[in-house]
Design a protein around this ligand. Structure first.
Ligand SMILES: Nc1ncnc2c1ncn2[C@@H]1O[C@H](COP(=O)(O)OP(=O)(O)OP(=O)(O)O)[C@@H](O)[C@H]1O
Length: 296
């Protein structure tokens, strides 16, 4: 196994019937990474996490979690996870579930610390199946971290969380990373991931089409289109321009798309275009992601 690697996919393929979900994927996850896995609905993010957790078997290839098969209890003792759809057993209270999961790990965090971190105080004596969606999510997150595992897998962890709980979660993830631990998460909230991820993966059509640092992804975003809009009372001619990808005109309002907004502004000035109300809108990470998804 590659040094420092805690999870390894070797030529992994996964099909459901004839449907290909993952094809020939090679992937290494190392200590102290915060990895965000992104992809459109149905891209295969949950399936990927299930393969990592040993909850699904690959159709081909080999997965090593801490050098072992992910179903091996000796590997699983180092992981924590929260699934996308949370279900708890009937009749058990929040406090009881916390104690039960806590007892399975050799070096867990104090239960009280998890209660405070994830704001569980007000529903400790409530039956877990009766909790609201957001409360269930908070409990599931506390359970993912409680064992002080080396890697935590979070499948769309912010689903159902209010703004405050989301902030809390990102703080917990940051803190956890600072302890040298690894987090692997799927999410649709790209702007949030931008703040915490050390690496971003995009899954599309059975393949990881981008495996980049946040800076790398931002470069992709920056090299993508910007929209430059302005008003101009006279008819503009753009024949001398080298920087324009497309032109849209609506009465006196022009919208130009460009991969180089700086050059476009210079060309506007050099060609004495009498523009006003100039606005430049660069693509954000989210639209870069969507364009990657579209294969642009
Ligand atoms: N057990 C299963 N049997 C058959 N098909 C499945 C099974 N589980 C998932 N799929 C299919 O595999 C594809 C990938 O599903 P998956 O849940 O991994 O996507 P996802 O990227 O997590 O989607 P979302 O963002 O909507 O949660 C989907 O087309 C789904 O219908």
């Amino acid at each position: 196994m590659t040094q420092g690697c805690i999870l390894e996919f070797k030529n992994i393929s996964k099909n459901y019937g004839k449907k290909c979900i993952i094809k020939n994927l090679n992937l290494n996850i190392f200590h102290n990474e915060v990895i965000g896995l992104l992809g459109v609905n149905g891209a295969g993010k949950t399936t990927t996490i299930k393969l990592m957790l040993g909850l699904e078997t690959p159709s081909a290839g080999e997965i090593k979690l801490f050098g072992k098969n992910p179903t091996n209890p000796a590997a699983r003792i180092h992981i924590g996870a929260t699934p996308q759809n949370i279900e708890f057993p009937e009749g058990i209270k929040t406090s009881e579930i916390l104690k039960f999961i806590h007892s399975h790990y050799p070096n867990p965090f104090p239960i009280q610390e998890m209660i405070e971190k994830f704001g569980l105080n007000t529903f400790l004596e409530h039956k877990a199946t009766k909790l609201s969606g957001g409360q269930k999510r908070r409990l599931a997150l506390a359970l993912a971290f409680i064992g002080n595992p080396k890697i935590v897998f979070l499948d769309e962890p912010t689903t159902g969380l209010d703004v405050e709980a989301r902030k809390l979660l990102w703080e917990v993830i940051k803190e956890y990373k600072n302890k040298g631990k690894t987090i692997f998460l799927t999410t649709h909230y790209l702007e949030e991931i931008e703040q915490i991820a050390t690496r971003i993966l995009f899954l599309q059509k059975c393949e990881i089409i981008a495996d980049e640092s946040v800076e790398g992804i931002q470069k992709i975003a920056n090299s993508k289109l910007a929209k430059v809009s302005f008003e101009c009372g006279t008819q503009c001619e753009f024949d001398n321009f080298n920087s324009i990808d497309s032109i849209t005109k609506n009465k006196t309002n022009y919208i130009l798309t460009t991969k180089n907004s700086d050059q476009l502004i210079c060309e506007l000035v050099n060609n004495n275009i009498p523009f006003s109300n100039l606005q430049i809108k660069k693509e954000n990470l989210e639209s870069a992601f969507l364009n990657l998804s579209k294969g642009e």
